[in-house]
Structure formats: structure tokens, C-alpha cells
Ligand binder design. Structure first.
Ligand code: NAP
Ligand code: ZN
Length: 373
């Protein structure tokens, strides 16, 4: 630590159940939040993962009425969650169950808020709500965002051509069920991209100006787990035990950013997703090597430690691993990059980056990361 005083607030508002069969074994949890539930999920993730079936069978046993909203888009928009909120309000839901990757889990938090507050979706960003959001139960089917243990809901904002998050202490999911059975149906691409997202949370949180002793310990463990499984991710050899540890890593990454937030890697990555449709975790991964390079002068010790935990001899070697894991055929013009840098400078989280950044710095990081590809 840089100073000799220790001062922090650490809080995770989510009760986590982890392990194979945890939904069935703890089904009484569902009965604690009421008699009417809206399930928020994507077009296929709920069904393909098997989680939707497990949840509905438990709800049936407990005689909880439910409505399934399967309309969550990837990178959900304000319009998308508005529709979900309307359905939940019409159904008079007592609680919301999110099943899926980060997209459905984030949408579930917005739906839970809009279901009981008569307001436009854009007003979510005020982060002050007349009525408390409905309780959310979160069930991840990817291992990357850690959204099940964060208060954040990241929504696509077309008016500002970017993605932006809302969330406060009341949007932490009340309960999360983490069962690696559900990540078995992910494609290899989604598996790798989401693992890289989890790494990006741990790394950004570790290097954030808002990092703290407890979040650092958690971040180090997440980074170590990623390092241990680099060969598996490259070989796409992902059995249950590997997937279980990656799911655990993803949860740890979420616990880190719940306290530190993210910084410029996410800030820049949002544009790659918004304008080019690059999946979220991959967008971060494409920028990670140059992000580390840029921050090295400001956080040499911590970055050396990250590299040690990842079993990489230097930032260059780590960049090679990311290149092997992620392929990018997109082309970016100088004008694209200028625009993305401007947008990233507007993200509040940019000020938490360990090294002061200018728009020119961001342009350089993106040029080095993207133009040569
Ligand atoms: P995702 O957008 O939720 O899902 C990616 C794709 O994988 C979708 O096509 C999805 O299908 C599919 N899929 C998910 N689980 C599956 C499974 N088990 N089997 C088969 N297919 C499956 O991806 P994500 O990377 O998990 O989430 C990304 C979103 O989370 C972004 O919007 C990002 O900004 C946000 N995020 C949030 C936080 C936070 O703290 N809240 C942190 C980081 C990122 P469907 O279309 O059927 O769902
Ligand atoms: Zn992320």
C-alpha cells in the first residue's frame, strides 16, 4: 500500500450459493421473496444451460407463479429493459430471477427497478428511485461478468452512442446461485471471451485508484486462477472442474469491481462493442496488453506481480497470449479511434485509472492495440 493508513468500506450485498445442484439444494430461498416471479433471460441461454428448467421446476414445487421474459438482447438497450419492466409490472411480480450471461443479469436489475418505478429507462442513471427495486436472484450461465455479485447494470445508451452503468446498494442481487453445470453449453468463444472479461475486472480493480487491501487479495486470487488455466483456455479443454474454477474466478472479479469499479480498459472497450459488435470480454482483452504497458510507469510493482501470477515473463509475452486467445478481423480507422477516445474520456471511471490519462493517451493505446491487427 502507498500510505500507512488503512481505511475502507467493503460490502457485498449478495448471498452466494456455489456448487453443483445448489439451486435444488437451497430451493427454500426462492420462497422468501414472494409468490410471483418474472424470469429474465436471453433467447437461448436459459434453456441451453439447463438453468431455466431447474428454476421452473423449483418454482412449480413451491407454487410460485412465474412469467418468462426471454427477450433480453446481448448488450441490452434502454428500450429492451423498458419492455421487460413493463411486463414485470403488469405481472405484478414480487421478485425477479435473472438467468444468463451478463446481459440478462444486468437486464434483470433494470427490470427489477422499472417494475416498481414509473419512469423512463434513461432515468435509471439518476440512481435514485422512489421505490426500492424488487429483489433479484441471479444465476450466471457464463463465467465472466460477475454481475451476480455487483450492483451494476450496464445498458446500451443509443443517445450517447455508448454503454453506461447504473446501480446502487439496492441493486445488488439478493441471492446468487453459481453452478458450473450451466456454463457447459457455452461455445468456446464465449467461454474464452468471458474468462478474459473476468481477468480484466481483477486487473483493472487491482490497478484502480479505488483499490483497497481486501479487493486486492481477491483480485490476486482471480488473476492467479486465470494464469493457472491459460493452457486450458488456449487448448479449449474445459471440463467441469476447470469451468467451476473459472466461475469462481468470475465471481471474485465481480467482488473486486463492486468496490473499485472499472477504468479505461472498459471505457474504451465499450466503443468496440457499440460500434463494431465485438463481444465485451474480447473488447477488453484486445486492449489489455497496451493498457498494462501504459500503466507500467505508475504501477510497476503491481503489474510485475500480475505478470508473476499469470506466469508471464513480461507484458510482451502476455500480449502474445491474448493474441492467441482472441482473434480480431475488424478494421479501425484513425477517425474511429479518435471518436472512441473522446467517448472514453466521458466515462466517469476514467478518473480512477492509476495513471492520469489524456485523450491522446487513449488514442495511442487504441492505435497500438487495434490498428496493426
Ligand atoms: P452475454 O451477452 O450475456 O451472452 C453472450 C452470448 O452467449 C449470448 O448469445 C448468450 O445467449 C450466450 N450464452 C450465455 N450463456 C450461455 C450458455 N450457458 N449456453 C449457451 N449460450 C450461452 O455475455 P456476457 O459476456 O456474459 O455478458 C456481457 C454483458 O455483461 C455486457 O453487456 C457487459 O457490458 C455486461 N457486464 C456487466 C458487468 C456487471 O458488473 N454487471 C460486468 C462486466 C460486463 P442469449 O442471447 O440466449 O442470452
Ligand atoms: Zn467487464
Amino acid at each position: 500500500m502507498g500510505s500507512d493508513m488503512m481505511q475502507f468500506k467493503f460490502q457485498i450485498g449478495t448471498k452466494v450459493f456455489f456448487g453443483k445442484g445448489c439451486i435444488r439444494e437451497n430451493k427454500a430461498e426462492f420462497g422468501k421473496y414472494g409468490k410471483r416471479a418474472v424470469i429474465v433471460t436471453g433467447k437461448s441461454s436459459g434453456r441451453a444451460s439447463g438453468a431455466l428448467e431447474d428454476v421452473t421446476s423449483v418454482l412449480n414445487e413451491l407454487e410460485i407463479q412465474y412469467y418468462i421474459y426471454e427477450g433480453v438482447e446481448n448488450n441490452p438497450s434502454l428500450e429492451n429493459v423498458k419492455e421487460g419492466g413493463k411486463k414485470a409490472s403488469e405481472f405484478e411480480a414480487d421478485f425477479i430471477i435473472g438467468i444468463g450471461g451478463g446481459s440478462p443479469l444486468d437486464a434483470a436489475k433494470a427490470v427489477a427497478t422499472l417494475a416498481v418505478n414509473d419512469m423512463e429507462a434513461i432515468e435509471l442513471y439518476k440512481n435514485v428511485f422512489n421505490r426500492k427495486p424488487l429483489p433479484v436472484i441471479a444465476i450466471p450461465t457464463t463465467s465472466g461478468t460477475g454481475s451476480e455479485v455487483t450492483p451494476y447494470s450496464i445498458l446500451t445508451r443509443k443517445d450517447m452512442q455508448t454503454k453506461m452503468s447504473f446501480g446502487n446498494e439496492d441493486t445488488f442481487p439478493k441471492v446468487a446461485f453459481l453452478d458450473a453445470t450451466y456454463t457447459g453449453s457455452m461455445s468456446n468463444d464465449v467461454m474464452v471471451n468471458t474468462a478474459v472479461d473476468a481477468l480484466s475486472h481483477a486487473v483493472e480493480g487491482y490497478l484502480s485508484r479505488r483499490s483497497m487491501p481486501v479487493s486486492d487479495v481477491i483480485a490476486e486470487e482471480a488473476i492467479r486462477i486465470f494464469g493457472k488455466y491459460i493452457p486450458y483456455l488456449l487448448g479449449q479443454d474445459l471440463n467441469f472442474q476447470v469451468r467451476e474454477e473459472l466461475l469462481y474466478m468470475s465471481m471474485l472479479g465481480g467482488m473486486v469491481i463492486a468496490h473499485t469499479g472499472t477504468t479505461i480498459m472498459h471505457g474504451m472497450g465499450y466503443s468496440l462493442t457499440y460500434f463494431k459488435g465485438i463481444p465485451h470480454g474480447k473488447a477488453n482483452g484486445l486492449l489489455m496488453k497496451e493498457y498494462l504497458e501504459f500503466n507500467y510507469p505508475a504501477a510497476k510493482e503491481k503489474i510485475d506481480h500480475i505478470l508473476r501470477l499469470l506466469n508471464q515473463k513480461d507484458v510482451e509475452a502476455f500480449g502474445k497470449v491474448m493474441n492467441q486467445m482472441l482473434h480480431c478481423d475488424e478494421r479501425f480507422t484513425g477517425k474511429d479511434i479518435e471518436e472512441y477516445a473522446l467517448l472514453a474520456m466521458k466515462q466517469r471511471s476514467t478518473s480512477s485509472n492509476i495513471r492520469d490519462v489524456s485523450r491522446e493517451n487513449l488514442v495511442q493505446i487504441m492505435e497500438k492495440s487495434l490498428e496493426k491487427k
